[in-house]
Design a protein around this ligand. Structure first.
Ligand SMILES: Cc1ncc(COP(=O)(O)O)c(C=O)c1O
Length: 395
């Protein structure tokens, strides 16, 4: 037994990947002995607006003074306004929102709704993907966390990654082989995030959209990482001119200030439930603190100065990534907006990054960067300088 009475996630409990957080300051984490880390991954892609954004805190504090506890069917001040504001920001006023407590719960509800409205059982999921740690979301996930558990998988059918030769033709064949009438939905991370930042081409998205139309398959976009500005636009799917039927939101939706998530469904799906029971619910449905934090996030992301900043800082990020690309230790970099996957040809020690003063997400020989969107140019350049030094030290 170690000294901690709680578990750490996704690691052997003897694993030393842990650090203290004594305080936070914008994009910085400060440990108990005063070591300062620039957060280059927004913790786990959720702290998109830094660690203590005053606008989010202001909304949450005001909520604590009015209606602080959950009441799933209660309509408290702000619930209607904030939801309408979210729909406006998504440019999806014709649909409806189902609130949740996080990414996995969002994906669970999206999957249940898709299967319910279509009366079909099978779901097409990407071979490389992450959708959350609950049974259904992990069942759809395509990585080691899925194989670590013997999950019921009879409802999941894997389709080829966009980079595979003849990916679209093979996908179509898979659908025909299983019977097109059996497929409820595709579930797709708009850009595969935590597993390395893999994007499909416009042609691939057109092909997927075409199959959805032809076979009556719903398109569930998992925007848990890509939503709220991460890839440079408000939502990742906006890069490809696709029309999702269901959109999964979490993480950046509250900037990680409170566990929260949301499922957007199209007008048709919303309409379906007017005369039918929506058999979905949570005790903490539309938790007022989540709604309040979302109101703060919407205030931030719709501000013109934030949008100008995001455009500028994305260019700075790309410029800095190009410098890193020249290092002999770097194999490939894939990036979109403020999200980047860097594949190295050397083994990674997370501790080296920590010692150099940066916090980031790593996976074998891969780094995934997702700096807070509010990071200043100076902080970003400093973070990238520390990253470069750390990569050189891995040799
Ligand atoms: C794309 C994606 N979907 C869903 C999830 C699950 O979110 P949560 O950890 O909030 O349950 C994650 C978490 O990393 C994610 O990256």
């Amino acid at each position: 037994m170690d000294e901690y009475p709680f578990f750490f996630t996704w690691v052997k409990q003897s694993n030393p990947l842990r650090f203290s957080i004594s305080s936070v300051d914008g994009v910085k984490l400060i440990t108990e002995n005063g070591h300062e880390l620039i957060d280059m991954s927004s913790i786990s892609y959720q702290a998109s607006f830094g660690h203590n954004h005053p606008t989010i805190i202001k909304h949450m504090k005001a909520q604590l003074d009015t209606v602080p506890m959950s009441a799933p069917r209660g309509i408290f001040p702000g619930k209607i306004e904030t939801t309408n504001e979210l729909l406006k920001y998504m440019d999806k006023k014709d649909g409806k929102i189902f609130y949740t407590t996080g990414g996995a719960e969002t994906v669970e509800n999206a999957l249940k709704i898709a299967r319910d409205v279509s009366k079909r059982k099978l779901v097409l999921a990407r071979k490389i993907s992450y959708h959350g740690a609950t049974m259904g979301a992990l069942g759809a996930t395509g990585d080691w966390r899925n194989t670590a558990h013997a999950l019921p998988q009879d409802w999941v059918v894997r389709f080829p990654e966009p980079s595979e030769p003849d990916a679209l033709a093979k996908t179509r064949q898979i659908i025909l082989d299983h019977g097109q009438e059996n497929f409820a939905a595709f579930i797709i991370e708009t850009i595969t995030g935590g597993n390395g930042v893999f994007e499909g081409s416009q042609e691939w998205w057109d092909g997927i959209s075409e199959m959805c139309r032809e076979f009556g398959i719903l398109l569930i976009m998992d925007e848990v990482i890509c939503g709220f500005g991460r890839t440079g636009l408000s939502f990742g799917y906006m890069h490809y001119n696709v029309k999702p039927d269901i959109i999964c939101l979490a993480k950046g939706i509250t900037g990680g200030m409170v566990p929260f998530g949301a499922v957007w469904v199209s007008h048709n799906i919303a309409d379906y439930y007017m005369a039918r029971v929506l058999a979905c619910g949570l005790t903490n449905y539309a938790h007022p603190l989540g709604v309040a934090a979302l109101a703060g996030v919407l205030e931030i992301v719709q501000d013109f100065d934030f949008q100008k900043h995001l455009e500028h800082i994305s260019k700075v990020f790309k410029r800095e990534l190009d410098i890193i690309q020249a290092l002999p230790e770097v194999e490939t970099i894939r990036s979109r907006g403020m999200l980047a996957g860097i594949d190295l040809n050397v083994d990674i020690q997370w501790k080296t990054f920590f010692d150099k003063g940066i916090h980031l997400a790593t996976q074998n020989k891969r780094i995934v960067l997702a700096p807070p969107l509010i990071i200043t140019e100076e902080e970003l350049v400093e973070g990238m300088k520390r990253l470069k030094k750390a990569i050189k030290d891995m040799d």
